[in-house]
Design a protein around this ligand. Structure first.
Ligand SMILES: C[S@@+](CC[C@H](N)C(=O)[O-])C[C@H]1O[C@@H](n2cnc3c(N)ncnc32)[C@H](O)[C@@H]1O
Length: 793
């Protein structure tokens, strides 16, 4: 450790030597920086020690100024000039390069309302105190005097520990330091030296230590309960280059009348503060909403104290977010294209809502979330200490903004991995891990975060398969990872959390489903072993057309025949014309517990297509093999604008009757689906499709024969197709390929009309929005159809 530090120190010396600075000059500055950056060498070494270099320059300049001041025999009470280098000269590095902590970065000062201009104004007005003067602010409070004075002439190498634990002399105080946000105030006439580095502004606060309301003009302890007038000072960058310079701060300062304890000041509400400042109601302006869940149930806001600075006016949120994204995401090596902090916070709210809701209703400790640990993640930024507080429980703990920022890049991965433990960790920051001995132990927290992502399968964006588009949207070129004939892209325009599932191009049995592809089970009536070439071009349709009434369902061009398509549409849209079929012993009802089960509610009558398969003599190019050849149109997943989540669209126009894709998922029994549903009761999106097209024709269907497809964890592109009441542009048709019985079949989507490129693909899930016991969970429908069946809409 020591030798490593030594090496770093030596390297720093060497780097500065290039600029002509001796070890003697560098040492004290480096020592300060190490202290301020909490020995974080990365920050010091960053950009070829630019922070160190700048701090040395500052230090040298302030020494120069000090020297010239004493030469000129400047009056002791005369305030020294401002650090004009920062504010009026065209300095290429911003003052924030020198700020006290990594969290107090460039954006802090640059976000001041008028930047350099304001500072110019500030310089001229800074002595315009009306009736008060301020005592000099003692910088020494912030350095603990212990141990021997570190001498810059001591021999190097110097270890980091040496540098860090050494005590600075007054002269050594240069570079950034942390300052108390409070100054004392004295009455006019006090002869003590004054550094009026701030523009006081009259504000009122309630002196809670006092009892009787009374307007006081001085800090008279007898004025209990008084509204005291105090001065709010300018917010300026925290950077002190010398004890002789006027202190400048990047923390809001409150000048408190002497005798009034700052702890006794409480923030007044709008009625006390009036509409001063921005012309806005003070209470209103003390909260800035940043992000919220889609319907606003959960939100993240900045809450700030309006009285802290007369010049503080809420900056543009966009500007703040942009700066944080640029600065921290890059600094911490997180450069996911299209990343948006705002989107992240929205996702955080959404995730918080989902996780919280689940924990309450399903009451599942196994979900890894202990309900009592959840607090609203409402963030209050404590500008004075650069801390983010979870507003729900400010008293129980806080964590440093810098730590939060370090964690931030990891949050999307967690959200993307579907790992709800993220909520626990955030809450744990608040409750335990950041408190006490582990406060600030970001590494530990990160390790915990990392370990819980280990076993999650997620759609991975790798360098080869993803790229940033000109509008900063992010494109995953093929979410199927080459498993489909065509690439299936995903466009992420607003850094939404990516879907989490494993892509499979074909259905896979989960466990108990009875599905066997046996050639022996396919009778001669169920195949066309004598056919050759293309069955569609034969004069007499073969046995495989038997299922569709002796006529193939497909045209030579691979589209559905009009007549067949029409009758399928009619069966779905006008079930009353065709009648429903009712099971004697409905698997859906059977899987419920006895008290809830009832008679079969009926199933739609369906027309099946039967495709030629392995036992048939025709070629693979046979026109009666459409669905089994897979996706033929370029498809893209995108985020819908109307609250349905991700959706699917084609990138080319599709004609009526075209096959788009089949619904692929795990083949589960109805009982297995029921169990899954009870475990994931309040998931926002659900992905089951019942294979119930023939349930009504069987007297009693065994559990392992009553099947469903569940694309929640394993599925294909069809899992993104959203619902539209009646007017979906797709229709689902059962297609028999490998098995002659209708227990298992493929669910294939065909267009019911011409669909334009980029138009969202939708189908009618057939949901009864009033049936809350159906395994395909109803949702609040946003289909936008004028025939929408969801009356809650
Ligand atoms: C098969 S998924 C469709 C893909 C889903 N949108 C996603 O982001 O993964 C079905 C879920 O999408 C949402 N959804 C589908 N159609 C919807 C609609 N018309 N209105 C609102 N939500 C819809 C519901 O949450 C539903 O449970």
């Amino acid at each position: 450790m020591a030798s490593n530090s030594n090496e770093k120190v030596i390297k720093a010396f060497e780097a500065m030597k290039v600029f002509g600075y001796s070890e003697k000059v560098v040492k004290p500055v480096l020592r300060n920086l190490l202290k301020v950056y909490n020995k974080n060498w990365e920050l010091i070494e960053d950009e070829s020690y630019s922070v160190l270099l700048e701090s040395i320059i500052d230090s040298e300049e302030s020494k120069e100024r000090k020297k010239s001041l004493s030469e000129d025999e400047a009056e002791e009470n005369e305030p020294p000039p401002k650090r004009s280098r920062f504010y009026s000269e065209g300095n290429h590095l911003s003052p924030a390069k020198h700020v006290a902590s990594p969290s107090a970065d460039t954006h802090t000062s640059e976000l001041q309302p008028s930047g350099k201009q304001k500072m110019a104004e500030f310089t001229t007005k800074s002595y315009e105190t009306e009736d008060v003067e301020m005592k000099p602010f003692s910088l020494l409070n912030h350095y603990q005097r212990k141990g021997k004075k570190w001498s810059s002439s001591e021999a190097s190498p110097v270890s980091e520990e040496d540098i860090d634990t050494e005590v600075l002399s007054d002269d050594d105080m240069q570079g950034p330091c942390t300052l108390s946000p409070y100054l004392n105030l004295t009455k006019k006439g006090d002869t003590s030296r004054s550094y009026p580095a701030v523009i006081p502004k009259r504000r009122l606060a309630y002196n809670s230590s006092l009892e009787e309301p009374n307007i006081m003009d001085s800090a008279d302890a007898s004025n209990k309960g008084a509204l005291v007038e105090y001065d709010v000072c300018e917010t300026v960058p925290l950077n002190v280059s010398s004890s002789d310079n006027p202190p400048v701060f990047d923390v809001p300062l409150v000048v408190v009348p002497s005798g009034i304890e700052t702890k006794d000041l409480v923030c007044l509400n709008s009625e006390h503060l009036g509409t001063e400042g921005n012309g806005e109601n003070a209470a209103d302006s003390s909260q800035l909403d940043i992000a919220s869940s889609p319907k606003g149930e959960v939100k993240i806001s900045f809450v700030y104290k309006p009285y802290l600075s007369s010049r503080f006016c809420p900056p543009s949120l966009d500007a703040v977010l942009k700066r944080i994204e640029e600065k921290y995401m890059k600094s911490y090596g997180f450069a996911q294209p299209g990343f948006s902090l705002l989107r992240l916070m929205e996702n955080l709210c959404e995730c918080y809502l989902t996780a919280g809701t689940k924990a309450r209703t399903a009451n599942e400790p196994s979900a890894g979330i202990e309900p009592q640990k959840l607090h609203p993640v409402c963030v209050r930024y404590d500008a004075a200490n650069h801390e983010l507080h979870l507003a729900s429980d400010i008293t129980s703990g806080s964590f440093k903004l810098s730590n939060f920022i370090k964690v931030l890049p990891h949050i999307p991965k967690f959200l993307a991995s579907g790992n709800r433990d993220i909520m626990c960790y955030l809450v744990d920051f608040n409750d335990t891990r950041i408190n006490g001995s582990e406060k600030g132990n970001t590494n530990k927290v990160l390790k915990l975060l990392a370990s819980s992502t280990m076993n999650n399968s997620l759609v991975v964006q790798n360098e080869h398969s993803s790229r940033r588009l000109p509008n900063s949207a992010f494109l995953i070129e093929d979410i199927s990872n080459g498993q489909e004939e065509l690439q299936i892209s995903l466009i992420n325009e607003f850094s939404h959390v990516l879907p989490v599932f494993t892509y499979i191009p074909k259905n896979v049995i989960f466990q108990n489903a009875y599905v066997k592809f046996l050639l022996a089970r396919i009778s001669d009536d169920n195949c066309c072993s004598n056919c050759t070439g293309n069955c569609l071009s034969q004069d007499i349709p073969c046995a495989c057309a038997g299922e569709t009434g002796g006529e193939f369902a497909y045209t030579a061009g691979g589209l559905l025949k009009e007549k067949f398509l029409e009758s399928c549409i009619s069966m779905i849209r006008e079930p009353q014309k065709h009648g429903l079929v009712y099971c004697q012993d409905c698997p859906l009802e059977r899987s419920k517990n006895n008290s809830m089960s009832g008679p079969c509610k009926g199933h739609l009558v369906r027309k099946f297509i039967k495709e030629c398969w392995h036992k048939c003599g025709c070629s693979r190019g046979c026109g009666n093999r459409v669905v089994q050849r897979g996706i033929a149109a370029p498809l893209q997943i995108f985020m819908t604008a109307d609250g349905k989540g991700w959706g699917l669209r084609a990138l080319e126009d599709l004609p009526r009757g075209a096959f788009v894709c089949e619904y692929v998922g795990e083949i589960v029994t109805n009982t297995e689906l029921y169990e899954r549903n009870t475990q994931t009761a309040d998931e926002r999106h659900t992905y089951p499709v019942l294979l119930d097209a023939d349930w009504g024709s069987e007297v009693v269907l065994k559990d392992e024969e009553a099947l469903c497809l569940d694309a929640t964890y394993y599925g294909n592109v069809a899992r993104f197709i959203n619902h539209r009441c009646y007017e979906g542009n797709l229709i689902e048709i059962p297609v028999e390929v490998e098995t002659p019985d209708h227990h298992y079949y493929h669910v294939a989507f065909f267009t019911v009309r011409k669909v334009n490129a980029l138009e969202e693909l939708t189908w009618d899930y057939g949901i009864d929005f009033n049936d809350h016991s159906h395994p395909v969970k109803a949702f609040k429908c946003c289909c936008g159809s004028k025939f929408c069946r969801d009356i809650r809409r």
